[in-house]
Write a protein that binds this ligand. Structure first.
Ligand code: NAG
Ligand code: NAG
Ligand code: NAG
Ligand code: NAG
Ligand code: NAG
Length: 371
């Protein structure tokens, strides 16, 4: 369903068409330099369709074009934006069955909740396989763009790793060769983003309820298994946090494994924490052991409701117990991999929907029937 190689193998053809289209397009429109090939192509298609439909054109057909297109800019274009370190990153690399990026309500909810609960942080949803959206068939984009601290960007896999320890992993196209291409791309990119810019990485199946300012910088969370999870990671852009990110990248450069699902995520971060904290047990990775500079939070901090209770957010009869136990939590994790198939109506009294009304109101108001 997700194919980076498809993009690459079409490259010469794409470049040729691109060149022709640029010339053609400029005749019709004044175009900004950030407009991408895909956006150009669809704008042009819409333009041609509009011209066909209004053969007795009255002179203003341009108005039809582009109104719904939201262009993303390359995250590398404005790297000065990240200097404050108060950055929250999401990575969106899943495609819909139609092969386009379409934010689900639950992903959008994670993003809105992060922006609401951390108004003085910048929230960067980073898209991997697209550079633009048609907002009229991607209904959660507009509600998110009402937040001035949400900045959507795309990651160019061809250039993003330049000058980092992962440069050769990317140029060898080892990621495209992975058996878990979506998961492994997201595993690798989160460490790369934190190495380059610093901040907090979050999975898109969370709801953020409180400010991250409550936590000391540099942390991950255990979810109670023998491995440290990588769904929530904060690393500073300098010092100990940066050295940890660098160690993870060097490890990935050497040991990236496209065949094992958790190899480049939990296994890799745990291995590096064992080195930094000089202990083998996850439960012993306290801040004191990790140079006084990095915490591995116990499971109840980010993953309080977990297997075998991971679906309790979805059942109304569990709502009261869930809401009581998460009362003061900074964020909750919804285990999308295991729960994405559970339908929720917008009027359900399940804890997830209740939390959505409170922490991502714009998104849930946009849902028709299901959340
Ligand atoms: C955007 O999507 C709408 C609804 O599907 C469609 O009518 C419109 O043509 C699309 N616009 C472009 C420029 O693709
Ligand atoms: C791609 O994966 C195969 C195993 O599935 C491996 O033999 C090969 O070396 C890999 N290629 C790259 C470029 O990593
Ligand atoms: C790591 O811990 C062992 C004891 O478990 C100790 O002997 C060793 O000196 C420690 N190494 C460092 C670098 O702190
Ligand atoms: C943690 O370290 C202590 C000694 O420092 C040891 O007794 C204990 O077994 C270790 N493991 C756990 C899970 O606490
Ligand atoms: C939710 O709405 C549906 C109709 O869409 C209705 O049948 C159901 O009873 C409602 N449930 C609750 C808990 O209000």
């Amino acid at each position: 369903m997700f194919s980076i190689s498809r993009i690459n193998s079409n490259r010469p053809l794409v470049i040729a068409i691109f060149a022709a289209l640029v010339v053609f397009y400029l005749v019709y429109l004044t175009v900004s330099q950030s407009v991408t090939f895909s956006a150009l192509q669809s704008s042009l298609n819409a333009k041609i369709a509009a011209l066909r439909n209004t053969e007795t054109t009255t002179g203003e057909p341009e108005k039809v074009v582009d109104r719904d297109i939201v262009h993303l800019s390359n995250v590398q274009n404005d790297e000065l934006e990240f200097r404050s370190g108060k950055n929250i990153f999401f990575i969106v690399s899943t495609l819909s069955p139609e092969g386009v990026i379409k934010l689900t309500a639950r992903q959008a909810c994670a993003i809105e909740s992060a922006a609401r609960s951390n108004a003085d942080w910048k929230v960067f949803p980073l898209f991997v396989a697209t550079t633009w959206f048609n907002s009229s068939n991607n209904e959660f984009i507009s509600p998110l763009l009402r937040y001035c601290n949400i900045h959507m960007r795309y990651i160019d896999l061809e250039t993003f790793a330049f000058g980092t320890p992962l440069e050769s992993l990317f140029t060898k196209h080892a990621l495209q060769n992975s058996s878990y291409i979506v998961e492994h791309t997201a595993d690798v990119l989160r460490l790369l983003v934190l190495y380059k810019y610093g901040g907090t990485y979050l999975d898109t199946d969370v709801i953020v309820r409180r400010s991250f300012d409550l936590l000391l910088p540099n942390y991950l969370g255990s979810e109670g298994s023998g491995y440290v999870a990588n769904g929530v990671i904060n690393l500073e852009a300098t010092g100990y946090g940066h050295r940890f990110a660098e160690s993870c990248l060097n490890d990935l450069a050497e040991h990236f494994d496209g065949q094992v699902w958790a190899a480049n995520g939990p296994f890799m971060v745990t291995r590096n924490l064992q080195k930094f904290c000089n202990v083998s047990e996850v439960a012993n990775m306290t801040r004191a052991r990790c140079g006084g500079q990095l915490s591995v939070h116990p499971p109840d901090v980010f993953y309080r409701i977990r297997y075998p209770r991971h679906d309790w957010f979805f059942y109304p009869e569990r709502t009261e117990a869930v809401m009581t136990s998460i009362k003061d939590d900074i964020l909750v994790h919804m285990w999308n991999k295991a729960t994405s198939g559970i339908q929720l109506k917008v009027n359900s009294t399940a804890a997830y929907v209740k939390l959505a009304h409170e922490y991502c109101p714009n998104v849930i108001k946009t849902c028709d029937e299901f959340f």
